[in-house]
Design a protein around this ligand. Structure first.
Ligand code: HEC
Length: 156
């Protein structure tokens, strides 16, 4: 299965000096390369942790977000319903007061839910939590030598 035709063997052999190259050597080298590459991916590739764990208030906000099905009309990272805008970075781009106004009053196309002050604050805390997890849409990328692609404008 791992045999090379004679011609590339001879070509490789001329570089390596003995005119012939053992299949086991090739296979062994590939295995070692695979293990080193995997180790690099699994150690540096999964090192990122959340900048901040979700606080108690944001957790309540998340629950309200799910109960009221905000995601029927809104997206995080482009996923969700498409009637309303993506909310991933609404806090950092448009601001908390702006978001509060929409959640409090609704619009012609967004329902007014009649939330209390605590519920609105919880929703805003949740939106702020989501905001610090990353940027959407992604705009800037770094390609690491291991082949990993990272978002350069990601806070992590
Ligand atoms: C029936 C669809 C619908 C649902 C459900 C809905 N929204 Fe909206 N929302 C919209 C639309 C549409 C807009 C854009 C304003 C407009 O066009 O009237 C909007 C705007 C917003 C904005 C301002 C975003 C921006 O970038 O301008 C925020 C914040 C928001 N909604 C939060 C929420 C939250 C939180 C919930 C759940 C409690 C929710 N929405 C549920 C339709 C919806």
């Amino acid at each position: 299965m791992f045999t090379l035709s004679t011609q590339p063997r001879q070509v490789l052999g001329t570089f390596l000096g003995d005119g012939n190259i053992n299949n086991r050597t090739i296979f062994g080298t590939l295995c070692v390369a695979f293990i080193i590459y995997s180790a690099a991916i699994y150690t540096s590739g999964t090192a990122a942790t959340l900048a901040e764990p979700m606080g108690a208030e944001a957790r309540i906000g998340q629950q309200i977000y799910q109960e009221k099905n905000c995601t029927a009309c809104h997206q995080f990272y482009g996923l969700g319903g498409y009637m309303g805008p993506d909310l991933t970075n609404v806090i950092s781009t448009k601001g908390e007061a702006y978001s509060r106004a929409f959640i409090m009053a609704g619009t012609l196309r967004m329902p007014k839910f009649g939330f209390g002050e605590d519920e609105i604050s919880a929703l805003l805390a949740y939106l702020a939590f989501v905001d610090q997890t990353g940027t959407y849409p992604p705009q800037d990328f770094d390609v690491h030598w291991t082949g990993m692609i990272a978002q350069a404008d990601d806070p992590q």
